[in-house]
Ligand binder design. Structure first.
Ligand code: ACO
Length: 325
């Protein structure tokens, strides 16, 4: 019998501290950095973001999101036999955030590892988990995206610090006799390393050395718009579906203009675009599972819907997953 994988539960978690653009602008003004709600909303669609408290790390956010996803799937931690965490802001250089999550969930023994593909991390992680389930290596996987990007922001650089937020999203992916994940498409091109990078690192959930994010926003924008369309077309072709078959488009939540342009290229009405960037900012690897969970819990995404997930980010990395929810 052919084995497939299916999402059986979603969950998410945002740290309680919410900053509107006005809150952030006021904080930045006290450091001599000028920005405004008007500029941020017009260029990005972001209205607010959440920042984790200093003693809260990615694994803490991941565990909360994972518990919500397991509750939705009707599973206990002891049922889980694979944990993959997509993150670029792990608690430590090693062990992986996934191992720390496993311990915090009170389980041991199952494989646990991180995937690092920046904002494409969740579509990479979901594709790896899907492959492991299809080969019989796992049956009930937790796939999580979790980030504390606030730790790696340069708050003297207004071109980047207003864009990002912290949070986590998770899904339970289970073996199934009916197809859930229909197709995926992953890519990377390391020659673009300089347009979006963090030269230093994070340790103990805190920044070390020179670990602040640098981004050439307009260059990333131009690349993102092109690859999001090509990846969307690739997963549709692999699954033998048309753009008119898509019920919901859930792209990486970085910038509303990039998301709307992708929807237009796929000739999707904007009502089929799931948008959480306004409330979450760009939460990197957490953005897609966070948006998926919001869409599921709000009743938009329903069982049987065809959903397109799309990631793009540092590396340069990009990819898409097409699934039957
Ligand atoms: N507040 C006020 N003014 C600002 C701010 C700010 N926060 N930031 C920049 N400006 C000014 C600039 O200084 C510039 O002023 P000037 O014309 O006097 O020189 C002006 O606004 C325009 O700046 P641009 O950088 O050209 O603005 P743009 O319209 O390109 O928007 C943005 C910038 C929002 C970053 C956009 O390029 C973007 O969204 N890029 C893609 C980001 C993305 O998708 N990332 C995904 C991957 S993230 C990851 O992988 C971690």
């Amino acid at each position: 019998m052919t084995l497939y994988s299916r999402i059986t539960g979603t969950g998410s978690f945002l740290p309680p501290r919410r900053l509107t653009n006005a809150d952030l602008a006021a904080e930045l003004a006290s450091k001599g950095v000028e920005t405004s709600d008007e500029w941020i909303v017009e260029r990005t669609g972001i209205k607010a973001r959440h920042f984790a408290a200093p003693d809260v790390s990615s694994s803490d956010l991941a565990v909360e999101a994972a518990r919500h996803a397991m509750d939705a799937a009707g599973l206990k931690p002891s049922d889980i036999d694979l944990i993959i965490v997509a993150t670029s802001t792990p608690d430590m250089v090693f062990p992986s955030a996934a191992c720390i999550v496993q311990h915090k969930l009170g389980i041991a023994g199952c494989p646990a590892f991180d995937v690092q593909a920046v904002c494409s991390g969740f579509v990479y992680a979901l594709t790896v988990a899907d492959a492991m389930i299809k080969t019989g290596t796992a049956r009930k996987a937790l796939v999580i995206g979790a980030e504390v990007f606030s730790r790696i922001l340069d708050f003297s650089d207004r071109t980047t610090c207003v864009l990002f937020g912290d949070g986590a999203g998770a899904v339970v992916l289970e073996a199934s006799t009916t197809p859930g994940i229909l197709s995926s498409d992953l890519h990377a091109d390391g020659k673009h390393v300089d347009i979006l990078c963090v030269p230093g690192h994070v340790s103990g959930g805190q920044a070390q050395g020179n670990p602040l994010l640098k981004m050439d926003g307009p260059a990333v924008f131009k690349l993102a718009v092109g690859v999001l369309e090509s990846s969307a077309r690739a997963v549709l072709a692999k699954a033998n579906l048309l753009d008119t078959d898509i019920d919901w488009l859930i792209p990486h939540q970085a910038n509303i203009r990039i998301m709307q342009s992708t929807a237009k290229k796929l000739k999707l009405p904007l009502e089929k675009l799931i948008v959480t960037v306004d409330e979450h900012g760009n939460t990197s690897a957490a953005s897609i599972p966070l948006a998926l969970d919001v869409a599921v819990r709000s009743g938009k995404v329903k069982k049987g819907d065809t959903v397109m997930l799309e990631g793009v980010g540092g590396g340069f990395t990009w990819g898409a997953v097409l699934l039957n929810y």
